[in-house]
Ligand binder design. Sequence first.
Ligand SMILES: Cc1ncc(COP(=O)(O)O)c(C=O)c1O
Length: 352
Amino acid sequence: MDVEATCWIDISLSAFASNVAKAKRTLAGDAELMVAVKSDAYGHGEVSIATTALAHGAKTLAVLDIESGVRLRPHVGDTMLLAWLLSPHDDFAKAQRAGLDLGISALWQLDKLAHEATGGPVSLHLKIDTGLHRNGALQGDWVALCEAAAAMEKGGRVRVRGIWSHLSDTSTEENLESLERFHGAVEKARAVGLSPDILHIAASAAATDIPQSRLDMVRVGISVYGVSPFDERTPADMGFAPVMAARARVSHVDTEQNLAWVGMGYGHGLLPLPPHTGWVSLGGSPAQLHSVQMDHLVIGIPHEARVALGDIVTLWGDETSPSAEDWAKWAGTIGDEVVSSMGSGVERRFSS
Ligand SMILES: Cc1ncc(COP(=O)(O)O)c(C=O)c1O
């Protein structure tokens, strides 16, 4: 007998493909499109997402760490794969063997590379902090980092292919100030002999609103997953469609209390919500959420609705249900967290 899953995640690769094509046209423009597939492609499944992205307009991909890049490499040919979260315990020789580009922000990373990598040049992207204070070289350390990288480049050990930064996206003004600091840092890098081919700073929000921030390449994540980076604009406003729909089956019906139990909970990666917050779609009709528990949700049965064991509930992701952004509002966070939190143990069902 087939055992029906109590919950699963539907992933529309066709929605993702058109989002990528749209991002190439409207967010990247003349720049190259790098798609961020970190955190298992924001919870969507990294291999299918990475290959679909490359087939529909992405030129390069960003992962978070070396292990993710090594895992992805056999699926993506010789595409540029940038990994930027480096730890002293990482195996840099493995990164070199997998042909990863490394995001470098500290001298210890260059020293480690000098000891561990052998032979041909490793491609590097030096990261300057331009105000966000997240994993970039501080302005005061920048020239020393560039000089050390230039010396290694002369010795044939590395090639500084890119210079990059990440924006805070708190306001256009702050992003523009960061962009100016970035150009200043690039000048200093050129002054010590570096000649990067790729300058990149913009992610979804800046690529949308600040065309001059697109430079040579934009690194786009959340928009191509059909979730908005803006509070006041929906994905549809931006021309993007949701890619993920979270679904679960009714597993118990209590006709005395008019409640139903649905087989997905915070143990599957749902964000906990305050009691009596939000709603879901029960066969197309809105049903009030009573609580999110470890293994299930408890929902109210709408008046006059007939509910049977096995009925399908959509938590977010289709036209009858709330959106991932709705869940984010209820949980006091951003849509990125709603989709990326979904546990790897929950089956992804891909449709094209
Ligand atoms: C360094 C970096 N670049 C690009 C991205 C993609 O950003 P977004 O998902 O806002 O497009 C992220 C995501 O957090 C990031 O950390």
